[in-house]
Design a protein around this ligand. Structure first.
Ligand code: GP9
Ligand code: MN
Length: 710
């Protein structure tokens, strides 16, 4: 004890004491207030060590102050500031299940998620623990139980401490990258950064990022907007009169097929179809399907796909647009357009936590009225896999919320079960389905989860048919991006009856096809499989035209796939591109027919040069639009800017019911139209988990749920 107090009386000792105490407080927060979802020994190890390097780094600043009367106040000041940052995050987390960003701290964020008076009411008795050490230390100092050490630390030693902390941080960072590649470039979720690097590192990272963004925004001018507008106006494709409005007034049900590639359609494995239900839709007479439709995502994966489909602008060259810009950007996207032009109610159903991909903020800026996230579903026990509620349960348990929405509605179901690493509990596997035996577990499992996803869709469609909802709706189904990455495509080659040794970059690029289908029962005789080339950025104008809503006034980079003016040059996010005739991959031009390097005529060369210029221009202009937030300067006719402060995703069901009640017999919800009777019993699922009661409290809880799902 004596030895210890003697040690604390030295500057290094006092420094060590504060670092260790702060480390303990952070761990306390990690395990009590935050839910960081660490799994496995390696992640726990990273979690345990991550507060140390940055704390030591920050506190080592005090060593550069030679005089005791500066050293001690500076060190204590740093400790108090650091504790305050931790503590504010604890309180913020209790309200928003998210961490504070610079934008939220400075109140700059339009989403209005700063700490409010009510958040301060969220204090807890155990919060004492965050401040107790500081109070005790100050008292001990005042009572002269802790002595000031007059001996200064040499600059050399101070520097040694700083560099040692930096090295430790480097090690921490490389561990983090090993466990979660591209952690900082992709920024999936703020929780992930805190889990791997700690709050201080997260805040530092956020400072750098937000400074970069605000610089770009300040430099933005209206003339840049005009440049973008000129380009999109020039490439606008007028609707195909045969298709315009064929789904007018219908509900829109968007189904996001996670990691689902086109090659799964009609694919047989051991003589069995992998996705028999989707295949039947694909060939159905009421379906408008596309077989040369490509995903165009970058590092933002799912969120990039969502951004393209909702706004017809591209994701960013690095990172996720949702995560980096989505909290503040001005969007003129599907939910707001449909609401303002045709009175649509909008909702998203997704069984993962709301903070993933920053959806909780972005959806408000898009104008989504409801977001049923994991907190609305029972995700306990075996009901969820890594990314949330299993698909069969998502569809089944969403009906309870879907049936109370006013029609027409624009809804999106984001599935998750077919997500890497494609693991599925045995109880969910179809015993009659035998997957491949390629020797690559990713590939073999992929067919299994895709098969499960297909079954979940079949159940959902049965409900739509039973309730007659199918006839009042257009169901739009799309795959968000590849599931098998290029590095594993050689293993996939055998399953596709191809020789892995002949596999080329061209083959990789062709596998970036994903499904796109519009299912519109009774819409006429134009159903079928369309072969035009297109990408995710083309979906919004296509959909709006089907609904009879003109798009000319909006800034959209895609064009209507059914239009005779549709441009078939499909840009990938890395500036490669595909056209009906050629594919430009990594600077090499391939002939699509032969898959070999193309021998080009002068005319073709010229054409491709133009295409390349087009791709470069559209990507740069989309980046400039989004990075500089240029849409804030643009006011399309009749469009009222979305105010995110008007949206709140808690108590969704209560809000739906309140509106139903207010409208009385004018209410158009499925529930009201069904004579105020629930349609939940019209839903049949064979999901084995639904009756499993679980005592584990591992329920994902983000917003305030209604707590009422049958
Ligand atoms: C999680 C999900 C997955 O909520 O949408 O996103 P991804 O990893 O595919 O980008
Ligand atoms: Mn995805």
């Amino acid at each position: 004890m004596k030895k210890l107090s003697k040690f604390v009386d030295t500057r290094i000792g006092f420094f060590t004491l504060l670092v260790v105490l702060f480390w303990l407080k952070t761990l306390f927060a990690y395990f009590t207030d935050f839910k960081l979802g660490a799994e496995g020994i390696f992640q726990y190890l990273i979690l345990l060590i991550n507060p140390l390097p940055v704390t030591a780094l920050i506190y080592s600043i005090a060593f550069y102050f030679k005089r005791a009367r500066f050293f001690y106040p500076v060190l204590m000041g740093l400790d108090i500031a650091n504790t305050l940052l931790l503590y504010l995050n604890v309180i913020y987390y209790r309200e928003f299940t998210d961490f504070m960003t610079i934008a939220t701290m400075t109140g700059y964020s339009k989403v209005n998620q700063g700490l409010s008076g009510s958040s301060l009411a969220l204090t807890n008795v155990h919060d004492l623990f965050y401040w107790l050490d500081i109070v005790i230390i100050i008292i001990l100092m005042l009572m002269r139980k802790i002595h000031f050490d007059p001996r200064a630390i040499s600059s050399k030693l101070a520097f040694a401490f700083t560099s040692m902390s930096l090295t430790l941080f480097g090690i921490n960072l490389s561990f983090a990258e090993m466990s979660r590649p591209q952690l900082l470039t992709r920024t999936f979720d703020r929780t992930y950064i805190v889990k791997y690097l700690g709050i201080d590192a997260f805040t530092g990272y956020d400072v750098v990022k937000s400074q970069h963004i605000s610089k770009m925004r300040q430099s933005a001018t209206k003339s840049e907007l005009l440049k973008v507008k000129k380009f999109t106006d020039k490439h606008y494709a007028s609707p195909n009169p045969k298709m315009f409005g064929i789904a007018k007034g219908r509900n829109v049900i968007v189904i996001h097929l996670e990691s689902f590639q086109q090659f799964l359609i009609d694919k047989k494995v051991n003589g069995q179809e992998v996705t028999p239900f989707l295949n039947s839709l694909y060939h159905g007479k009421d379906t408008y399907a596309f077989d040369n439709f490509f995903h165009q995502v970058g590092q933002g994966k799912t969120s990039d796909a969502e951004n393209m489909l909702e706004t017809s602008t591209f994701g960013l060259p690095q990172g996720s647009l949702f995560a980096t810009l989505g909290s503040d950007n001005t969007f003129q996207g599907a939910p707001a357009i449909l609401n303002q032009r045709a009175g649509y109610t909008s909702a998203v159903f997704h069984g993962n936590v709301a903070s993933f991909w920053n959806r909780n903020n972005v959806y408000k800026n898009l104008g989504y009225q409801y977001f049923f996230d994991a907190s609305y579903y029972d995700t306990s026990g075996d009901k969820a896999t890594g990314y949330g509620l299993k698909d069969k349960l998502l569809f089944k348990n969403s009906v309870n919320y879907l049936q109370n929405l006013q029609q027409p509605f624009y809804t999106k179901f984001i599935t998750v079960t077919n997500h890497f690493p494609y693991s599925l509990d045995d109880e969910d596997k179809d015993p009659n389905f035998q997957t491949t035996n390629t020797g690559n577990t990713t590939v073999d499992n992929y067919f299994v989860t895709a098969h499960y996803l297909d079954q979940s869709l079949a159940e959902f469609f049965a409900y739509l048919q039973k309730t007659g909802l199918d006839k009042d709706s257009v169901v739009m189904i799309y795959g968000d991006h590849y599931g098998i990455s290029n590095s594993e495509n050689k293993a996939l080659a055998t399953a596709l009856d191809r020789n892995p040794d002949d596999w080329t970059d061209f083959d990789n690029s062709q596998l970036q096809r994903v499904p796109l289908m519009f299912v519109i029962p009774g819409s006429g005789s134009h159903g079928g499989i369309y072969h035009q080339y297109g990408g995710e950025v083309d979906v919004l104008p296509t959909l709006l035209h089907l609904l009879g809503i003109s798009t000319k006034r909006y800034i959209q980079f895609g064009t209507d796939l059914f239009s005779s003016h549709h441009n078939q040059v499909v840009a990938f996010r890395n500036r490669d591109f595909v056209t009906p005739r050629f594919s430009n991959i990594g600077g090499t031009i391939y002939d699509n027919k032969t898959g070999k390097i193309a021998k080009l005529t002068e005319k073709q060369k010229k054409r491709l040069k133009k295409d390349r210029e087009f791709v470069n221009t559209e990507l740069s202009l989309s980046d400039s639009l989004n990075e500089k937030n240029l849409l804030r300067f643009y006011h399309p006719k009749g469009f009222k800017a979305v105010n995110p402060a008007n949206y709140n995703y808690s108590n969704g069901l209560k809000r739906e019911k309140r509106i139903e009640k207010k409208l009385g017999n004018k209410s158009t919800s499925i529930f009201s139209k069904n004579g105020n009777r629930s349609t939940v019993d019209d839903y049949t699922t064979d999901a084995p988990e639904q009756n499993h009661s679980s005592t584990d409290s591992n329920r994902i809880k983000i917003t305030n749920p209604d707590g009422n799902n049958k």
